[in-house]
Design a protein around this ligand. Structure first.
Ligand code: SAM
Length: 285
């Protein structure tokens, strides 16, 4: 392993061996067990890493491809990583392919410390929208919901019960960077129900047996907690009973239900309808 300086005010380690222990630790982040042990996760792409740093996430390791050497943006991120106390690794294509398990990996990968919001720290003010996901299983669904929560300006996501990991590589990829912008809390069903008891706004559940058309509700008063059910089973009785309203999105055709992330998107855009305005598109020239 060589060490050298590349614009960053610190040392960059050059790594070409898959047997390097630092690389082994990063590869292990593909498994939840090791993500939990290390309290870390991986995000791919230069823009994502820059956004994460801008938003105050703690970077532990920056990995970049040899091709990034001399690239001003990469070197700037490397300098920020060293300044934040992180390690910078310049690696071969082979190592990057192994870390990301992709044939055409991004030039930059960041390893960050995981961050969860505590339920007790959620303060819901007027106009705030929170989404509670009951036992969400699919990483693509969770990532898409986090991305959509970001896009509509909702406040965050609460994972209820046994769920897929928001810091898995698949979920992080599906968030397209929104994992760094959207606070995520997790709770057992019991802890969530206790917290829900103190929630002062409208608790809107969605249910295939909901009696109320989601378009008929006034969401403009107070905070809103949107509750979405598990992909296979929907909301269990205990959660459904805790909702102020059970809403349904009308459907035509033969499909039994909508995909969880699609249903969440429809609900969020309806809830936030009054708050979202088209911004003029900036002149490209
Ligand atoms: N078989 C499940 C059931 O019986 O509820 C289907 C669950 S659906 C794939 C996942 C979640 O998306 C539901 O629990 C609900 O929160 C929401 N959802 C999907 N389609 C919906 C609709 N037409 N109206 C209201 N909520 C819907």
């Amino acid at each position: 392993m060589n060490e050298r300086h590349v614009g960053a005010p610190g040392q960059v380690k050059e790594v070409t061996s898959l047997a390097n222990p630092l690389i082994k630790d990063i590869k292990a982040l593909a498994l939840k067990k090791f993500r939990d042990q290390q309290n870390a996760f991986m995000a791919e792409g230069l823009k994502l890493v820059i956004d994460a740093l801008d938003l105050g996430w703690q970077i532990r390791t920056l990995v970049f491809a040899k091709a990034g050497r001399g690239n001003a943006a990469v070197e700037k991120v490397a300098a920020r990583t060293v300044a934040a106390g992180g390690t910078v690794l310049e690696v071969s294509e082979k190592v990057l392919v192994a870390i990301t398990r992709r044939d055409n990996p991004q030039m930059v990968v960041g390893v960050f410390t995981q961050r969860f919001l505590a339920l007790r720290d959620i303060r819901a003010d007027n106009g705030d929208v929170w989404v509670a996901l009951d036992r969400v299983r699919d990483p693509g669904n969770l990532g898409t919901v986090i991305r959509t929560v970001d896009a509509v300006g909702a406040k965050g996501v609460i994972l209820v019960g046994d769920t897929t990991d928001p810091f898995s590589v698949e979920t992080v990829r599906a968030t397209m960077g929104s994992i760094f912008a959207v606070p995520v809390a997790k709770a057992t069903t019991e802890a969530f129900l206790a917290w829900r008891g103190g929630f002062s706004g409208l608790v809107a559940g969605t249910h295939l047996k909901g009696a109320v058309d989601y378009r008929s509700v006034d969401f403009s008063r107070g905070p809103v907690l949107l509750m979405m059910g598990n992909e296979q089973q929907g909301l269990p009785e205990s959660l459904a009973a805790s909702c102020d309203r059970l809403l349904r999105i009308p459907q035509a055709g033969r499909a039994d239900s909508l995909n969880l992330a699609v249903a969440t998107g429809i609900m969020l855009f309806e809830i936030r309808r009054g708050a979202l305005k088209l911004e003029p598109i900036a002149d490209q020239q």
